[in-house]
Design a protein around this ligand. Sequence first.
Ligand code: GAR
Length: 185
Amino acid sequence: MTECKVGILLSGRGSNMMALVEQAHGYTVAMVASDKPAAAGLAWARGRGIATFALSPKGIGKAAYERALEDALREAGVEIIALAGYMRLLSDAFVGRWRGRIVNIHPSLLPKYKGLDTHARAIAAGDAIAGCSVHIVTEELDGGDVLGQGEVPIEPDDTPDTLAARVLAAEHGLYPRILSAFVAR
Ligand code: GAR
């Protein structure tokens, strides 16, 4: 049986991408792509022999950037796209062409705290529990169906950074598990 080919999009460190590669069950990471050619995650993927694609939209515009990205993903045979710290909004047209086949991990218990600064907002709200969500990507920011969530406690002395580290560890367990279940559905 051939495994589902996943393409991972990232903009930085890439720790979720590493977790997806190292805990891959039922899928193969066929490409790691980035809008930031200097992203640390790209070098790690290259070192693992994974095909990479890097292009900055700066100067060429979003439409040309997304076309080139999509060509590379299709060339690599990618069937499912997993966003892993990809800090750029995909256009509605792109999302439409891949409808139901893009997933994302977000560092909050959606529908709480869509967008940025999730940890600071959870602490400021006095929440006792924080966490992360894997969801389908739609045209609405962080608004698609939630496929799975992981919870962590918020400790009294937490800062956004200490909470982010605890949530990130939960992300690394959650994302590969949910992606495996998603490709097997
Ligand atoms: C992760 O915490 C991920 O949930 C978050 O960025 C971090 C990327 O870390 N994503 C978003 O905020 C998306 N809106 P990583 O590069 O080490 O995986």
